[in-house]
Ligand binder design. Structure first.
Ligand code: BGC
Length: 251
């Protein structure tokens, strides 16, 4: 199997493309729709079907979908930045039925991490690697010697009495009008806590803002090596496609 489709559902956008599985690169233009208001299952499924049609890949191309919640056996287990209707939903089955194809689903940060471990900043890294996506929320993925420990939800760690993603996600920087210097202070506190709980060997920062890593990465104070994701905002798409090919292909 040479290519697979990756779809990345987020709190603000739904993105997708066909991915070359050897290189970990997009082979079609990245398509994007705004996430419909409220992020309800019906309207999200409709847009995913539209996206897959537009990608127009050959029949039986594996499809991987990543989602901003923990996902177990195709069931979405929470809904921090989408409609509560997703909680406990058999979302995998819903997508399969609407697309008329078997699909696999996984958490969005896990997908981004899979891409970085396979093709990007985490390649050949031993020990504990923590992927952290800074977007509408904070997503995390943990890898031990390259093996994913799925569905970690470390964006919701409570610090100073609040669910810390509400303070440290990129959306919070924009909402609170924080400069990169101010935001880096908030992030330093977050990574310090994660370090004292997990002692990771490497932290990879992803999400749209990783494109601007030169503006803030050096401002974060941490004892751990922190680097930017290689695939920037496409990591979710690439990781979802790779995960699907691994779990769905028969060759
Ligand atoms: C969700 C995570 C997700 C992250 C990034 C958090 O609010 O709980 O599952 O990975 O946002 O989208």
């Amino acid at each position: 199997m040479k290519n697979a489709i990756g779809i990345d559902i987020g709190g603000t956008g739904i993105k997708g493309a066909l991915v070359n599985l050897k290189k970990g690169e997009l082979v079609t233009e990245r398509l994007r729709f705004d996430t419909p208001d409220g992020g309800k299952p019906e309207s999200v499924v409709e847009l995913v079907v539209k996206l897959v049609k537009q990608i127009d890949a050959p029949k039986n191309t594996p499809i991987g979908i990543c989602f901003p919640a923990p996902v177990k056996n195709g069931v979405t287990l929470s809904a921090a930045n989408v409609s509560n209707e997703w909680i406990g939903l058999q979302a995998g089955k819903l997508f399969s039925k609407a697309l008329g194809a078997e699909i696999v689903m996984l958490n969005d940060a896990d997908a981004a991490g899979v891409a970085e471990i396979k093709f990007g900043a985490g390649q050949d890294r031993k020990g504990l690697v923590l992927m952290c996506t800074l977007g509408t929320g904070i997503g995390t993925a943990l890898f031990m010697n390259g093996k994913l420990i799925p569905n970690t939800e470390l964006g919701h760690i409570e610090i100073d009495g609040v669910d810390y993603e509400t303070k440290a996600a990129y959306s919070a920087k924009a909402r609170d009008n924080l400069s990169f210097e101010q935001w880096a202070k908030v992030l330093s506190k977050y990574f310090d806590r994660l370090n004292r709980l997990f002692f990771p060997d490497l932290i990879i920062i992803g999400g749209g803002v990783s494109k601007e890593h030169e503006s803030f990465l050096h401002l974060i104070e941490s004892d751990v090596e922190i680097v930017a994701a290689r695939s920037k905002n496409n990591a979710g798409i690439i990781g979802a496609a790779y995960f699907a090919a691994k779990h769905l292909s028969k060759d």
